[in-house]
Design a protein around this ligand. Sequence first.
Ligand code: NAI
Length: 336
Amino acid sequence: MKAITIAFFDTKPYDKDYFEPFLKEAGLPLELKFLQARLGADTAALAKGYDGICIFVNDRLDAETADILYRQGIKLIALRSAGYNNVDLAAIRGKIPAVHVPAYSPHAVAEYAISLLLTLNRKTHKAYSRVRDGNFSLVGLDGFDLYDKTAGIIGAGQIGRIVAEICRGFGMHVLVSDPYPRQEWAAAQGIRYTDNRELLTQADVVSLHCPLTPENKHVINRETLRYMKPGAIIINTGRGGLIDTKALIEALKHNRIAGAGLDVYEEEEGYFFEDHSGEVIQDDMLARLMTFPNVLITSHQAFFTREALSAIARTTVENFRLFFEKQELPNEIKNR
Ligand code: NAI
């Protein structure tokens, strides 16, 4: 059988490390090229001569890029992520099928969302630096008990439901919003479905777990921030575009919310996953966010556990195998 060639965009050393064991196990004639470049119209030519491409969250597959890939004869687009807001689905419709990894470890992301909440609330990141600096003062490190407070989870899918259950474990009241409610699950967990308005008005902690779609863009905006409970904490491990960053900065400046834990950012492609420590940050909104003492930013690492990386590699290799051997697409991203 002729080797199947795949160009991987935006790779780091760990991608190779996690993919290689599954490639050996699959025993397929797959030839992978691990590229550091991110996919975009200016780099799409790197995929010339390959059968498929594999991309991650900050590769951008817009209409122009899709057209170049199509003309180059790319047969499959495999996302090694769950979210696919970076792919112009209309542009690839009827031309190149796209697959993703619908679930790899919802626990990885849910546990990370909770770690952002605990860190931000109890200020362990500050305590760590203080103590290393010989400063044993507690002044300013006070947080609040999660017990008996209300958590609001927007998007009760695979990840959101785990976050909701962990919050119940803390003894919190939990409100969730989702257009497809699972009433049986909610009743068994003592959780209540409601709309975003009530959820935001009542919640002491709001965590975002819905996908970024045109409808969900800026689900947290100037208006919704206005009716959030003063003193509430907002956690975003979903996608940056779920929050209107400008409105968030205004709310933080006016102390309308207590803090924000952000693993994702609207314009993260310019910075996240790379070392920019020797440069002046040109993104003024990111720079402003970084100055707030009550904002905790991490570089899209919620997925980053050994279990999740292995599951991503296993499913992606299986996606290649099923498509190139049998023309099957069980994890196809449906063009809605
Ligand atoms: P999922 O598809 O299982 O759940 C998403 C849920 O959101 C669905 O139940 C859907 O009905 C609901 N939803 C859609 N629009 C909504 C709205 N306007 N209001 C309330 N609910 C709404 O997806 P999963 O696996 O739970 O992942 C959620 C998101 O988390 C992904 O789309 C992705 O963007 C993000 N993610 C982030 C990662 C990270 O490393 N930071 C890693 C993996 C996923």
